[in-house]
Design a protein around this ligand. Structure first.
Ligand SMILES: [Zn+2]
Length: 399
């Protein structure tokens, strides 16, 4: 086993020692982070600064550690409903605070200077919404910089001039890793900085780091790693910053079965990011073959459903028509709801739960976007309710 893999396995096995126990589930809020950041500010290891405020005047902080020459900037949750990496960053802060892994941490901190910005979009997090308080997608504001949150990130980038930038996001649960039924647990991208997708030295570095992360993660989630679309987005932060010569690593936290709150994915984030930092600090990623990056399958968008009810009978006007019904979650401020997201031949799709329902007869009109509650009276097939039990906590179907 390579030393990177060994290290990743030790991180994976000891993760619970570092997990920030006050942060649970996807809907974390700014108010939960403030006391944690205040506590970190009292540690000599961390230099904490308030970089600015969001539109609704929530403080946005940076945390700096290390004294080395390789500069690395990591920011999370520029999309308010994408909290997985924010949670992992606090696990990483605990990792640096702890007494464990002293040698590996010394290597990182003496070779690198790290600046973290957890939760760049606290107003969006408050609403559990992608966009900021005025409805702007910060990741399409990297050129005009009209939002204070975008200005803050770009100012910090310009002052710090990092060699590496980790752009930390979540992707929706309906991406598969390639043309498969496997959900993409994590996806990565070395973003393009022009329409012809020129590959320069900075991008090759990104490809090598991602190749390393992929190699490590295959041990924990085989065949569940995807490559994010490399279409050039001229107003996206990753693409704009990549153009300055900073190596951007886009990390998209995906999904696995029955990890609705993405706590396992959070753990994979922790392992991915710490493994990458360690490899960058040692320069070992340089030995990766960037050709292997191209072997990571591209994500397939909208391929999956949460639940796929196959071979249901739609009864209407004295006809019985056989169709599949696909259900997906809609993410609200307080909780998720399940809605009908597909009706018809969905045999080319897959789902976290695939259920064959030839005895199910739906005796009312249904439409895309309807609450899945409308199907409850027709859930006759035995075993269905126990499978839905996996979605406990979702209002609707289980009541
Ligand atoms: Zn995002």
């Amino acid at each position: 086993m390579s030393s990177e893999l060994l290290f990743a396995n030790r991180l994976f096995d000891t993760y619970e020692n570092f997990r920030e126990k006050t942060l649970n589930g996807r809907r974390i809020k700014h108010a939960q982070l403030v006391p944690l950041i205040e506590k970190l500010a009292s540690e000599t290891l961390f230099a904490v600064s308030e970089e600015g405020k969001s539109i609704e005047k929530r403080e946005i902080y940076s945390l700096k550690i290390g004294w080395g020459s390789i500069k690395i900037l990591l920011w999370s949750q520029m999309h308010g409903d994408e909290s997985t990496a924010t949670r992992a960053l606090f696990d990483i802060f605990n990792f640096f605070k702890s007494d464990d892994f002293a040698r590996e941490k010394e290597e990182i901190l003496s070779n690198c200077t790290l600046i973290f910005i957890p939760m760049l979009n606290p107003d969006g997090a408050e609403r559990f919404e992608r966009r900021n308080a005025v409805g702007i997608d910060l990741n399409r504001d990297a050129r005009q910089l009209v939002s204070p949150e975008s200005q803050l990130l770009m100012n910090l980038r310009n002052q710090f001039e990092p060699h590496f930038g980790f752009n930390l996001h979540d992707q929706d649960p309906y991406y598969s890793a390639g043309e498969t039924a496997q959900p993409a647990a994590m996806s990565f991208l070395s973003p393009a900085f022009d329409f012809v997708k020129t590959i320069d030295a900075a991008r090759i570095s990104g490809m090598k780091v991602i190749t390393l992360i992929n190699r490590v993660l295959q041990d924990f989630v085989p065949d569940k790693i995807g490559r994010y679309s490399d279409a050039f987005l001229p107003s996206a932060f990753g693409d704009v910053i990549q153009k300055t010569g900073t190596t951007i690593i886009l990390v998209e936290s995906g999904n696995v079965h029955y990890d609705l709150e993405k706590e396992f994915i959070r753990k994979l984030n922790f392992v991915s990011i710490v493994s990458a930092l360690s490899s960058i600090s040692k320069g070992s990623y340089l030995y990766e073959n960037e050709e292997d990056y191209n072997k990571i399958p591209f994500n397939k968008k909208d391929n999956l459903f949460d639940i796929l009810l196959k071979n249901v009978n739609l009864v209407q006007n004295e006809l019985e028509i056989r169709a599949d019904i696909g259900l997906r979650r809609v993410f609200g401020v307080e909780n998720d709801t399940l809605v009908i997201a597909g009706i018809g031949d969905l045999s080319a799709n897959s789902a976290y739960d695939n259920l064959n329902c030839p005895e199910m007869r739906v005796l009312r009109e249904i439409r895309i976007g309807d609450s899945a509650d409308v199907l409850v009276p027709y859930l006759t097939t035995s075993g269905l309710s126990s499978r839905f039990g996996q979605y406990e906590g979702l209002p609707g179907l289980l009541s």
